[in-house]
Design a protein around this ligand. Structure first.
Ligand code: ADP
Ligand code: ZN
Ligand code: ZN
Length: 713
């Protein structure tokens, strides 16, 4: 006899689903249901992913409780199943990706009630002479929608409200009233063409890469298209990078689209995330703006997906299910049959390659919108210059400040100095657990490893020779801030990095202040480079590109080009022309030549040609098997054995090779490179072999995982 069972995804790092049977006298819950199941000695919340029949075995336990029937729709389950295969992640990740945190716990799911209560037409016309409390409520609501709490303090309690809701005299709504969306500027011809090209596909899937130089009005294009789809009562999902999703962007979207945006990112409380998830699911959220995890939000009436700054590395998740939010978004759009717009001033080589392959349509915006021009570029050769700040740079900064401009200096290094060195014996403060120097911070004073987070006190003397002559080598943002403050005491100097801007609010407040337009200097990390519109900035400079010129990571030239163009793009966004400087000790480097000689797309095309000739991604698909352990040998040995499993005709296997940072957090790290021109074959093959990998002798002694389309090496 066969027993019908459900296959349940349970949030444990085990590469399989688990079978459960129904409770006596109950039927099996449908696929997509949220269930409570016994697991080992615990009880866990799981998702029903499928059904099967097994030969009767008493080992199969019953579901303990059905929490929500068919909570997740089959499209999302399918999308996850694709991710699970493609990214070779544990099926239990379904629980983490598809359910907001609040639903991963046993607590029952209560439909959150929308915040506001508004009068309906029926309520407005009703004769409530015999229900004085209700009449009172109607009077109050005639002046506008109110929050439940406000009504309660006006003496209109939940009982009365429930009554009125049932009689449809009032209704619960998300936000008081739709704002009247602002019309926005007249689009220029390139923008109009882009909008028309996207809208041509409004009822079906199409992927469009909107490549527009910084400030060319890409956001205007998304918003124009979004308006049209909202007017047809469709939902719009906008994904943005972690750093790019600012209240400024949200406000702009709301103003232009005339409705509240539902925000979804990891900075929200669990309750807020749950409420947003629910609003997306039942369609009340018309515009959703979120980071990568929002790609898995349920949508009642999807109409458009936008991925802003599509090249950004933060779309790739670095642990658990190592998915790429942009790529999953494209797949999701294809399955939903809606258009997706990928926007960037510096598109990824992957997306350009997809354009060349005919999978994406390219739309370009070649000019800045609204009359601003792109900044003048200049390379500063710093060979033979003493000191941290080049004198010519200082002069230029001074000129811009004197002319009433603002200055933005980019240095992607937090802390006071990247190295603390002994001037007598040459000792350097290194992290004991990583192949890395400790960064010297002064506010507060400490040495910190930026890779594992280890911290220690700054030693007063050299631990090797006892000399007190310890000195900083190089400069991070803290030291630059000090030097700039000393050199330019007449203007405010703002440091923008994760240490200085701890809350989202800090950064927002600073941006507000800077937008006032008074001369000032901004010095900071990539937080500064991304997407912010700072109309007063007339000078932008990259203080050091040299490290990137010689990096071992094959993606470094691409990232360098993106950083350079993004920083350059901060300058001259308003009427005043901008200037952009790059400091380097290698002005003759061919990469710099290529970067300066052309626009970003030209540069990217060169890099793409190189990737093809080197047979690197995106020319071929790359998957890494990574392993790490406290000792090098087991980590390496595991990969030697894994290589034997994975070798196959259409796959080139290389390694084990050490990761670029071979030791991190006390772990030795190695990787195996699997490359194939046949993506489907590679994915299939990994899936066929994954059980064998789990059975390898060292599989339980080392930490290992597969990383498809890796972002970091
Ligand atoms: P991007 O997203 O490409 O960086 P934005 O859409 O943010 O560019 O536009 C940059 C600035 O130019 C914004 O202040 C925007 O309001 C303005 N802008 C965009 N399109 C136009 C246009 N067609 N006419 C005038 N100003 C525009
Ligand atoms: Zn010393
Ligand atoms: Zn470390």
């Amino acid at each position: 006899m066969n027993l019908p069972v459900v296959q349940v995804a349970v949030p444990v790092p085990v590469p399989r689903l688990f079978d459960y049977r129904a409770l006596p006298d109950q039927s099996l819950p449908p696929v997509g249901s949220r269930v409570l199941v016994p697991f080992r000695s615990r009880r866990l919340v799981g998702l029903v992913m499928g059904r099967a029949e097994v030969a009767v075995a008493d080992k199969i336990k019953p579901i303990e409780r059905l929490l929500d029937s068919a909570l997740i729709d089959p499209f999302l389950l399918d999308l996850f199943t694709w991710c699970r295969r493609y990214y070779a992640c544990a099926p239990g990740e379904a629980v983490n990706l598809l359910l907001p945190g609040a639903l991963r716990r046993v607590k029952p799911f209560r439909e959150p009630s929308p915040g506001y209560i508004a009068l309906t037409d029926k309520g407005r016309a009703a004769d409530l002479a015999r229900a004085p409390r209700q009449a009172e409520a109607v009077e109050l609501l005639k002046t506008g929608a109110r929050e439940r709490d406000e009504l309660k303090s006006a003496g209109i309690g939940p009982d009365i409200l429930r009554r009125m809701l049932a009689d449809k005299l009032v209704e619960a709504i998300d936000c008081p009233a739709d704002l009247a969306g602002e019309a926005g500027p007249d689009l220029n011809p390139e923008q109009r063409q882009a909008v028309a090209a996207i809208l041509r596909h409004r009822n079906r899937y199409a992927a469009l890469l909107l490549a527009g130089v910084t400030g060319s009005g890409k956001t205007e294009v998304y918003l124009r298209v979004a308006r049209r789809l909202l007017a047809r009562d469709r939902q719009v999902l906008i994904l943005a990078p972690e750093i790019g999703l600012t209240p400024q962007l949200v406000r702009r979207i709301e103003k232009r689209l005339g409705c509240a945006a539902t925000v979804y990112h990891s900075g929200l409380s669990e309750g807020e995330r749950l409420a947003a998830w629910q609003r997306a699911r039942d369609g009340r959220a018309r515009v959703i703006v979120g980071t990568r995890s929002a790609v898995f939000l349920p949508l009642a009436r999807p109409g458009l997906i936008v991925v802003d700054e599509e090249h950004d590395g933060s779309f790739k998740q670095q642990d658990g299910a190592r998915y790429h939010g942009r790529d999953v978004a494209v797949l999701r759009a294809a399955r939903l049959g809606v258009p997706i717009v990928l926007g960037s001033a510096t598109p990824s080589l992957e997306s350009l390659n997809n354009v060349d392959a005919g999978r994406y349509q390219l739309l370009t915006l070649s000019q800045r919108a609204g009359g601003a021009s792109l900044p003048r570029w200049q390379v500063l050769d710093t060979r033979g210059q003493e000191g941290i700040l080049d004198q010519r740079l200082e002069k230029t900064v001074e000129q811009h400040l004197d002319a009433g401009g603002q200055v933005l200096l980019y240095r992607n290094r937090r802390g006071y100095a990247p190295v603390l060195i002994c001037n007598d014996c040459g000792w350097q403060a290194d992290c004991h657990r990583c192949d890395a120097h400790m960064t010297w911070h002064q506010r507060p004073a400490r040495l910190q490893c930026h890779h594992c987070g280890a911290e220690q006190r700054t030693p007063p003397r050299c631990p090797e020779c006892g000399s007190p002559r310890l000195a900083p080598l190089g400069a991070g943002t803290e030291r630059l801030e000090d030097m700039l403050k000393a050199r330019f005491p007449q203007v405010p100097v703002h440091r923008v990095d994760r240490d200085a801007m701890t809350g989202r609010a800090d950064f927002e407040n600073l941006l507000e202040e800077v937008r006032d337009g008074q001369p000032c200097i901004l010095v900071g990390t990539q937080m500064l480079a991304k997407g912010h519109h700072l109309p007063g900035v007339t000078l932008a400079a990259i203080l050091d590109v040299d490290q990137a010129l010689f990096s071992a990571d094959f993606r470094a030239p691409e990232r360098l080009g993106q950083a350079v163009h993004q920083v350059a793009g901060r300058a001259g966004r308003a009427e005043r022309p901008g200037q952009f400087l790059i400091q380097t000790r290698h002005p003759e480097h061919p990469l710099l030549g290529a970067l300066l000689g052309d626009d970003y797309l030209g540069y990217a095309r060169c890099l793409l040609a190189e990737r093809h000739s080197a047979r690197l991604p995106p020319a071929r698909t790359l998957a890494l098997v990574r392993s790490e352990a406290h000792q090098a040998e087991p980590a390496r040995q595991f990969l030697v054995a894994a290589a034997r499993c994975l070798r196959s005709k259409e796959i080139e296997v290389a390694g084990p090779i050490p990761a670029i940072m071979t030791r991190r957090s006390g772990y030795w790290r190695f990787q195996l490179w699997l490359q194939s021109a046949n993506r489907t074959f590679l994915v299939d093959h990994i899936n066929q072999q994954i059980d064998n990998l789990h059975k390898l002798p060292n599989a339980r002694r080392v930490r290992w995982h597969i990383d498809m389309d890796p972002g970091e090496l």
